[in-house]
Design a protein around this ligand. Structure first.
Ligand code: GLN
Length: 486
């Protein structure tokens, strides 16, 4: 039997069932792997091995995710563990409760293990905005893993996690999954409870899985999805089997290709790789249909108005009184607020709060915020119209492969453009998944490229079926490799 850390969740569970190893063996192997590779990758902010082993000793392997360790983005609360959102603002904070996704994972036998690095408060596309450490792309440690769930994606790629939870407000699950060569799903808005996820932009945020197969993402969805009385935005729907459509092919599936998603300025090699992958979908039986999403060019602008407006409101709670870093010896209350926030937040977070406060301020509210909401409706309608003609949409996840650490950090606009293919999904509330579709060569290293499938709201089961059919034929060996030493 190969090293258990190389396995997908489904083969890990097979190993449990046939007695090849136990959850405790697996945690030990994982810990060994983390000790070997995380000094390079830097995906984990912390982990509590002893607590995880205690859970593994009692694990019931007959449960849906029995004995499966799952890494958790540092924005999701796990009782008793630190939850910093990679910000000085929350340094030393320990969660008094479990997020709903965590209690669901526990009831299904999974073991939350480790806190994954991220961009501060999930703002960023490279994980360079973490106040604590850089995370490196396992395919080339000189490069970023994507973001904001960069730790969650890098750990899965580097075989130092079987799967992780991330959060996606504008691409933060799919873009790092694409750049690290793994699978990441953003569920439809309302599908997964956000209770216990530190809010960034509440009308856009969703929690979702990152794993080494579409099948594993489906298994996690089967556990975390569903109505939660503690999140009024979670939808009350009949329970669904997200694995039901796995194992099929693409025969008869109508895939829309949005012409606006093949833009000048995107990396030529990425474009070629994605175009080949789309041809492969056709070989697998899909019918390709050219579609138009005419308001695509407004998506980045609309997102950076709505997301920053919501962020400025959500982050107002971190004032050093009830929550967050507290400045020492304030002169008066105003000095207390100002210095606590000045010292606690990093520069990207400050930039977003300033932008968001501006677009909400009287005199500018109608011109920016209200206008952006109207354009958001148009973007949503583009998708509604497209889904009248096709079952799903296929396009690139990211316009470029992983870039070098430091390359874009001083150019926020260029960084924001990394989300060009992912943010409209969140604005429209639909679901999206990224699966590896090939490698491109850059300066002597092979870098993964992701193919993105977008589905109608609440059509995850079909979307997962489509992604799985592609992955089995089209992802090659990307999901079974990592650039790092074995
Ligand atoms: N990169 C985008 C941003 O910085 C998206 C982040 C996210 O999805 N959390 O806002």
């Amino acid at each position: 039997m190969s090293n258990p850390t190389d396995l997908t969740i489904s083969s890990l569970q097979e190993g449990y069932r046939c007695g090849a190893f136990t959850p405790v063996d697996v945690l030990r192997a994982l810990e060994e792997r983390i000790s070997a590779v995380d000094p390079i990758v830097g995906a984990y902010l912390s982990r509590d091995f002893d607590t995880a082993v205690a859970a593994a000793e009692k694990a019931d392997i007959t449960l849906p995710l029995g004995g499966v360790p799952i890494g958790i983005k540092d924005a999701i609360n796990v009782q008793g563990e630190s939850c910093t959102c990679a910000s000085r603002m929350l340094e030393g904070f320990r969660s008094p409760y479990d997020a709903t996704v965590i209690s669901r994972l526990r009831s299904a036998g999974a073991i939350p293990f480790g806190r994954m690095n991220m961009d501060e408060f999930a703002m960023g596309s490279s994980t360079e905005n973490s106040a604590w450490q850089k995370t490196r792309n396992p395919w080339d440690p000189a490069r970023i893993p994507g973001g904001s769930s960069g730790g969650s994606a890098a750990a899965v790629a580097a075989r130092e996690a079987f799967a992780t939870l991330g959060s996606d407000t504008g691409g933060s699950i799919r873009q790092p999954a694409s750049l690290c060569g793994v699978v990441g799903l953003k569920p439809s808005y309302g599908r997964v409870s956000r209770y216990g996820l530190v809010a960034f932009a509440s009308s856009l945020d969703q929690i979702g899985p990152i794993a080494r197969s579409t099948r594993d993402c489906a298994s996690i969805m089967n556990v975390i999805a569903g109505k939660d009385a503690r999140d009024s935005t979670s939808l009350d729907l009949p329970s669904e089997d997200f694995s039901a459509r796995l194992g099929g092919d693409l025969k008869g599936v109508k895939l829309g290709i949005p012409k606006e998603y093949f833009v000048d300025g995107m990396d030529k090699r990425v474009r070629e790789c994605v175009e080949n992958a789309i041809r492969q979908c056709e070989h697998l039986g899909a019918e390709l249909v050219e579609i138009s999403l005419p308001h695509t060019s407004y998506a980045v602008g609309v997102y950076y108005i709505i997301a920053t407006a919501e962020a400025s409101a959500n982050l107002a709670r971190f004032d050093g009184v009830r929550y967050g870093h507290r400045a020492k010896d304030p002169k008066d209350l105003l000095d207390h607020y100002m210095r606590s926030r000045e010292e606690g937040f990093g520069s990207e977070v400050k930039r977003r709060i300033i932008l968001g406060t501006y677009v909400l301020s009287s005199g500018y509210y109608d011109a920016y915020y209200v206008k952006a909401q109207k354009v958001r409706t148009l973007i949503r309608r583009d998708f509604t119209d497209a889904f009248e003609k096709v079952d799903a949409i296929v396009c690139p996840t990211s316009p470029d492969p992983a870039f070098k650490i430091g390359e874009r950090i001083d150019d926020p606009l260029r960084m924001y453009l990394a989300d060009i293919f992912t943010i409209a999904t969140n604005l429209a509330g639909i679901c999206g998944i990224s699966v590896p579709c090939g490698l491109v060569e850059d300066e002597g290293t092979s870098l993964p490229v992701g193919l993105q499938f977008l589905g109608k709201p609440l059509d995850e089961a079909r979307l997962l079926g489509i992604a799985d059919a592609f992955e089995r034929e089209g992802s090659g060996d990307i999901l079974t490799r990592s650039g790092l030493p074995a």
